[in-house]
Write a protein that binds this ligand. Structure first.
Ligand code: 5GP
Ligand code: MN
Length: 331
């Protein structure tokens, strides 16, 4: 199927069915939550019965607390088997964080922008060159003839501004910038979003950042910048898990850094021992390839994984993965 055919097929399915369960990935970021909310509100605008569900117990990042996510379920609803599952921003079905979610659903729709999406849906709309899943959804909404109300525009803008690193990453295309203008015209309050998402940092987060910066080390003559956070760091400063989001951007910003790595011990019982985040600052390095060594994935520039391997082994593997690619790149 071409992308246009996929878009029409998804739009048809959204029109034809009446009850939906909208899900996104665990440890959600701005694109995940913005897409989750926008998709749900869009379905309701069409007169559908749509509920949002985020698996797991991890609290939402503080910076997204202002989003109108009332009614967000943290456990699968009893009537899940009667609801079409719409997954947004999930590259793999296991990212939903609920193993049964997919098999329970009568139909699975998968809307995403990860190039390594496994196409686990019955219908898939995967736009790898889209800046964000929010951008993909905007095209779905247009196909459905939906009105871009301020309530829809704002979560789409949150998706866009966060996944483009405030319109600075390489995925900031002319289309993404035009969409930003359209969303502002439609009523997204960009200053309010800025204050909530970027200027409401809890003090504990600042202290957690300080720990990560203090521990940072360089490898390969400065081409890799790596740091890690221990369970005790979170406890000492009073930080919860999502507080580590954004820390890696400081590591990537270092002069000469090609690869930034942040590994943290996970707090939840039952979760893998370590969560790794990888960022590339050069086109030649695809960090999703390195993340896949650990069963993870993501984008070329931003990827992640979780694993039970010990820290030294993780760092060693990452180093090998980095050198394998950089050797190829030079050959
Ligand atoms: P972060 O480092 O912010 O947690 O994740 C960056 C990107 O890597 C995410 O947008 C997502 O695409 C991907 N990612 C992070 N963790 C995982 C994981 O455990 N599995 C997979 N497949 N992708 C991940
Ligand atoms: Mn995304």
């Amino acid at each position: 199927m071409t992308q246009t055919t996929e878009l029409k097929a998804i739009a048809d399915a959204l029109r034809q069915h009446d009850r939906f369960l909208v899900v996104t990935h665990e440890n959600p970021d701005g694109d995940a939550l913005g897409s989750l909310l926008a998709a749900t509100l869009a379905l309701r605008q069409l007169g559908k019965d749509a509920v949002m569900y985020l698996a797991g117990q991890t609290p939402l990042p503080r910076e997204y607390a202002f989003m109108p996510l009332e009614g967000l379920l943290r456990e699968s609803p009893a009537d899940a088997a009667q609801r079409v599952l719409l997954a947004v921003d999930c590259a793999k079905e296991d990212r939903i964080g609920d193993e049964a979610a997919r098999s329970r659903a009568p139909l699975v729709l998968n809307v995403d922008h990860h190039h390594d999406n496994t196409r686990f849906g019955d219908l898939n709309l995967i736009v790898a060159d889209a800046s964000s899943t929010g951008e993909v959804l905007r095209d779905v909404f247009a196909e459905l003839g939906l009105e871009l109300t301020p309530e829809l525009a704002e979560p789409l803008y949150i998706a866009l501004v966060t996944d483009t690193g405030r319109f600075q990453y390489a995925n900031t295309t002319p289309k993404a910038l035009r969409l930003a203008a359209e969303l502002v015209e439609a009523g997204a309050d960009i200053h309010a979003v800025f204050q909530e998402v970027y200027e409401s940092v809890e003090f504990a987060k600042l202290k957690l950042l300080a720990r990560a910066l203090d521990r940072a080390e360089v490898l390969e003559g400065g081409r890799i910048v790596v740091s890690y956070l221990l369970r005790t760091d979170f406890a000492d400063v009073g930080a919860s898990e999502p507080y580590s989001e954004g820390i890696i951007d400081y590591l990537r910003a270092v002069e000469g850094a090609e690869l930034a790595v942040l590994v943290r011990e996970q707090l939840n019982v039952g979760a893998h021992a370590h969560k790794g985040s990888l960022r590339s600052s050069i086109d030649e390095l695809d960090v999703s390839v390195i993340a896949r060594r650990f069963g993870g994935g993501g984008h070329r520039q931003a990827a992640g994984f979780s694993t039970d391997l010990p820290l030294e082994e993780i760092v060693q593997q990452i180093r090998e993965g980095f050198l394998a690619q950089r050797a190829t790149a030079r050959a």
